[in-house]
Design a protein around this ligand. Sequence first.
Ligand SMILES: CCCCC/C=C/C(=O)SCCNC(=O)CCNC(=O)[C@H](O)C(C)(C)COP(=O)(O)OP(=O)(O)OC[C@H]1O[C@@H](n2cnc3c(N)ncnc32)[C@H](O)[C@@H]1OP(=O)(O)O
Ligand SMILES: NC(=O)C1=CN([C@@H]2O[C@H](COP(=O)(O)OP(=O)(O)OC[C@H]3O[C@@H](n4cnc5c(N)ncnc54)[C@H](OP(=O)(O)O)[C@@H]3O)[C@@H](O)[C@H]2O)C=CC1
Length: 309
Amino acid sequence: MAYQSVFRTGLFKGQVALVTGGGTGIGRCVAHELASLGATVVVAARRREPLEQTCREITENGGQAHVELVNIRDEESVDTLIRNVVAKFGRLHLLVNNAGGQFLSPAENISVGGFRTVLELNAVGTWTVCRAAMLHWMKEHGGIIVNIVADYFNGFPLMAHTGAARAAVDNMTKTLCQEWGKFGIRINSVAPGTIISSGMQNYPPPVQQMITGGFHTENPSGRLGTEAEVSSAVVWLLSPGAAYVNGACLRVDGGSSLSKAAMIPHPDDIPIKAFLGYSDASCLGERDIPPAFGELLAQYAAKKTTSKL
Ligand SMILES: CCCCC/C=C/C(=O)SCCNC(=O)CCNC(=O)[C@H](O)C(C)(C)COP(=O)(O)OP(=O)(O)OC[C@H]1O[C@@H](n2cnc3c(N)ncnc32)[C@H](O)[C@@H]1OP(=O)(O)O
Ligand SMILES: NC(=O)C1=CN([C@@H]2O[C@H](COP(=O)(O)OP(=O)(O)OC[C@H]3O[C@@H](n4cnc5c(N)ncnc54)[C@H](OP(=O)(O)O)[C@@H]3O)[C@@H](O)[C@H]2O)C=CC1
């Protein structure tokens, strides 16, 4: 094979990309990146002002952008969005399902209504957009879809609803990859870890402090991620370079999904129980850690602080 030096500054030239939630945070960044690589970008969400701001920024940079309003929880609104895009631009090549979110809560405090809301926004909402894009354009012409999920892999402490919703989207992505490949549709998901984005402003100040100042930096990369680092993965999955990547979930999390168990510290006032053996009268931790074991743990802890294990 002969290599040629081709600078593809217009990687997505002539292509139309729809980014939901494209007025803020990760979606805004994805929109900028795609526009800078030549795509005509449609940013869609509920609030007009942030969308128009993103649109202005892109246009001032020499790119092409357009605003559409949508509530992805409303089927009719989604249908209108996709029909509008196809009517205005005559095509829809790329779709980024980025709109979504949730609230932080211990699982036991999430009402059924709250759980349903988050599932409807993230799982049903993403499905609704995928379905409409497929029916109104991609079934006939093909297309490429990226769904934003989250680091749900080992459960999602304090976000049981979104963990369930994002797992659903990831699984749906794998199914659609297999069912819709015949239409020329390629579909993947991206799972961001904790990202410094406008989305963090949705959380109360103590939570923001917890996120920026504490355990969220305790991952193999020692820091939070940036919007650009997530966008870069999205752009790659949309690009011809990822033509053979289908049904995958790309984690952009600094390695945090490998080490998330430490998120919820065990309270000091609850005794740690351990399995003591079926032959033990108390069997499944009916009594506290036995002193000898406690002693052993203390030795281990001391060793840990004085030497590199
Ligand atoms: C720890 C760091 C991890 C970082 C990883 C993730 C980061 C991100 O995702 S960044 C975030 C991006 N943006 C957001 O998350 C904001 C999006 N949030 C929302 O848009 C809303 O909160 C919503 C969609 C999740 C809910 O909005 P809405 O439909 O307006 O909700 P309602 O007020 O109608 O309530 C419906 C239902 O939900 C319950 N509920 C709503 N908010 C809370 C809350 N803060 N705490 C507890 N429960 C809540 C509410 O009580 C209703 O329940 P029922 O009354 O039982 O029907
Ligand atoms: N930041 C992080 O650490 C992580 C973020 N994520 C996910 O990445 C995505 C982007 O998040 P981020 O940029 O950080 O946060 P933002 O809150 O800035 O982005 C969420 C976007 O979704 C849009 N949106 C919300 N609900 C709807 C709706 N019903 N219909 C249409 N649009 C809607 C919002 O616009 P509007 O309100 O105008 O509708 C907003 O632009 C979200 O799905 C988020 O949950 C996942 C893991 C980690």
